[in-house]
Design a protein around this ligand. Structure first.
Ligand code: FMN
Length: 206
């Protein structure tokens, strides 16, 4: 049987900041838009997903989790791959294999800091380090309130290195009436930045 082909590939990393819904909705929209997703989940992200959403992630190895998420979000064969936290042989761990775009959504203050100083102690940090060194698109979606000087310094540092800080700070001028509308505001901005067509929200002036 012929394998499906995908329009592009995006690395999506979810970390343990509040706002798991942003990352999951982004995953859903990318898959629906025929984008291949290479997914990275921190341990804390899994705790936050189980705490903040109705999704109860299965215990067990990454294959079980990948199958669960692929089913849940109707991924096509080969469209969703979940890489392990120490999978240094995965394509995202090298400039020769990493795709053009990576999003960290949501981005914890801890991961923000690790990326800003190039720690590379897990696959999320390494993949972001690769994106920076290769001058690829790297978007981080921090969620914290208030910000400390450390958070602000790290965001400035990352911006100066070419990464984009796209905070989880939804606008209200579209008059959202549900939590889903609020989530979609941020996800629409992310899809726009990734160059993925979206119909979640009209663009200004449309
Ligand atoms: C329910 C819950 C909500 C959290 N919310 C935030 C948050 O909004 N921002 C943040 O930076 N950390 C938040 N944390 C703490 C991070 O998960 C924690 O610092 C963790 O070490 C981050 O690890 P990671 O970057 O590897 O995912 C939260 C943790 C839990 C359990």
């Amino acid at each position: 049987m012929q394998q499906p082909t995908f329009d592009k590939t995006v690395t999506l990393a979810m970390t343990g900041a509040s706002g798991a819904q942003y990352g999951l909705r982004l995953l859903q929209c990318l898959l629906a838009a025929n984008v291949r997703v290479w997914l990275l989940l921190s341990d804390a992200a899994q705790v936050v997903i189980n705490t903040e959403t109705d999704l109860q992630l299965p215990e067990g190895d990454d294959d079980i989790l990948q199958g669960f998420l692929a089913d849940r979000f109707a991924a096509k064969e080969g469209q969703l791959t979940l890489f392990g936290k120490r999978d240094w042989f995965s394509p995202v761990a090298s400039g020769t294999g990493a795709p053009a775009s990576m999003v960290v959504c949501p981005a914890s203050g801890g991961t923000l800091s690790a990326v800003a100083c190039g720690a590379s102690n897990n696959l999320i940090e390494r993949a972001a380090d690769v994106a920076l060194k290769e001058r690829r698109q790297l978007i981080l979606v921090p969620r914290e309130a208030p910000y400390s000087e450390i958070h602000l310094e790290n965001m400035l540092k990352l911006t100066r290195m070419g990464a984009m800080i796209l905070p989880a700070s939804p606008g209200f001028y579209q008059k959202p009436s549900t939590v889903e509308d609020i989530v979609d505001f941020v996800v629409a901005r992310l899809l726009d930045q990734l160059g993925v067509e979206q119909k979640l929200l009209p663009h200004w002036g449309e």
